[in-house]
Write a protein that binds this ligand. Structure first.
Ligand SMILES: [Zn+2]
Length: 90
C-alpha cells in the first residue's frame, strides 16, 4: 500500500507537461508545482520559472506534511522532486 504513489508516479507512461512518452527505463522527475511526473526537458523549463524557488520551498513543506500523513517514506517522495529517477525496479 505504501508504495502505491511510487507506482503511479514512477511508472507514468507519459510526461505530465508535454505528453511525450516516458519509457519505463527512462528518467523522469516530479514537478514542484503539481507533483506530476515530467520529462527532464520540462524540468529544465520549470527551473527557469521566476517562482520556481518559492514553489520548491513551499512544496518541501507541503509534501513533508502530506506524506507523513499518507505514506511511510516522506523522504523519498520529496527527494524525487529534485533528483531524476526511473521505473525499472520491478
Ligand atoms: Zn515533457
Amino acid at each position: 500500500m505504501t508504495d502505491q504513489w511510487e507506482k503511479n508516479l514512477a511508472c507514468a507512461s507519459q510526461c505530465g507537461r508535454c505528453h511525450q512518452p516516458l519509457p519505463s527505463f527512462g528518467q523522469r522527475i516530479l514537478s514542484v508545482f503539481d507533483h506530476e511526473p515530467i520529462c527532464l526537458d520540462c524540468k529544465r523549463k520549470e527551473e527557469t520559472r521566476a517562482d520556481y524557488q518559492e514553489a520548491s520551498r513551499e512544496m518541501i513543506g507541503r509534501c513533508m506534511a502530506d506524506t507523513e500523513a499518507q505514506y511511510s517514506d516522506p523522504g523519498g517522495y520529496c527527494y524525487f522532486h529534485f533528483y531524476p529517477f526511473s521505473c525499472n525496479n520491478e
